[in-house]
Design a protein around this ligand. Structure first.
Ligand code: C5P
Length: 197
């Protein structure tokens, strides 16, 4: 999204960014390929457009942007709590984070030792941060992201409705596309409109 000077003046915006890490034991986790580049770029764009920005970030290899309040989190549960802590004070929420959909049902306190040839891991659903924000009574303007490998439009419009969003930014992802890159192209949808950027 391109904001031009000052259009977000006096707005407070919260952006979630990066992946989450779901611990299996003290030294292992489940995560995904999100680099955080999109969320951090959006935080900088919003800051430069005059907004006060809170960035709730999963583990990434990017320095916290200047003049952006950055809160570092690891798991989906931690990110959920950090977002909800600040909900009352914001005008806009943009969920850019690639939140893990599942986490290990139990986290071992000690390193899991190898024994059998095959083992299985019990997974439990993580809380949906975006959907929980849009359910609030005095909710902020709520924007979601949809990273898909196919049927972009249908999935994005489905998510806009199911998660009760004001706007959704959809992008096609795959190997070398959409994740861990410096360029991207997206399709933005809202009630009654859409725009390719
Ligand atoms: O359902 P899906 O994961 O594809 O939706 C993506 C959108 O939902 C993104 O905006 C992402 O930040 C948000 N999300 C979330 N919490 C989850 C899963 C997704 O905030 N547990």
């Amino acid at each position: 999204l391109i904001f031009s000077g000052g259009v977000m003046l006096s707005k407070k915006i919260l952006i979630s960014a990066g992946p989450t890490q779901e611990p299996i034991d003290p030294i292992r986790f489940i995560s995904n390929r999100s680099s955080g580049k999109m969320g951090y770029a959006m935080a900088i764009a919003a800051r430069d457009a005059g907004a006060k920005v809170i960035l709730v970030s999963g583990p990434v290899n990017i320095d916290p942007p200047a003049r952006v309040e950055t809160i570092l989190t690891e798991s989906a549960k931690e990110m959920f709590a950090a977002v909800h802590n600040r909900l009352a004070e914001i005008d806009v929420f943009i969920g850019v984070a690639a939140v893990a959909d599942y986490c290990p049902a139990k986290t071992g306190t000690n390193k899991l030792k190898k024994s059998e040839a095959n083992i299985s891991l019990d997974l439990a659903k993580t809380p949906d941060i975006l959907a929980s924000v849009s359910q609030q009574k005095n909710r902020p303007f709520t924007v979601g992201f949809a990273a898909e490998t196919e049927n972009l439009r249908d999935y994005a419009l489905g998510k806009l409705k199911e998660k009760n969003l004001d706007m959704i930014v959809a992008n096609l992802v795959g190997i070398n596309r959409g994740f861990e890159t410096d360029t991207n192209s997206v399709e933005v949808f809202w009630g009654g409109g859409e725009k390719a950027i």
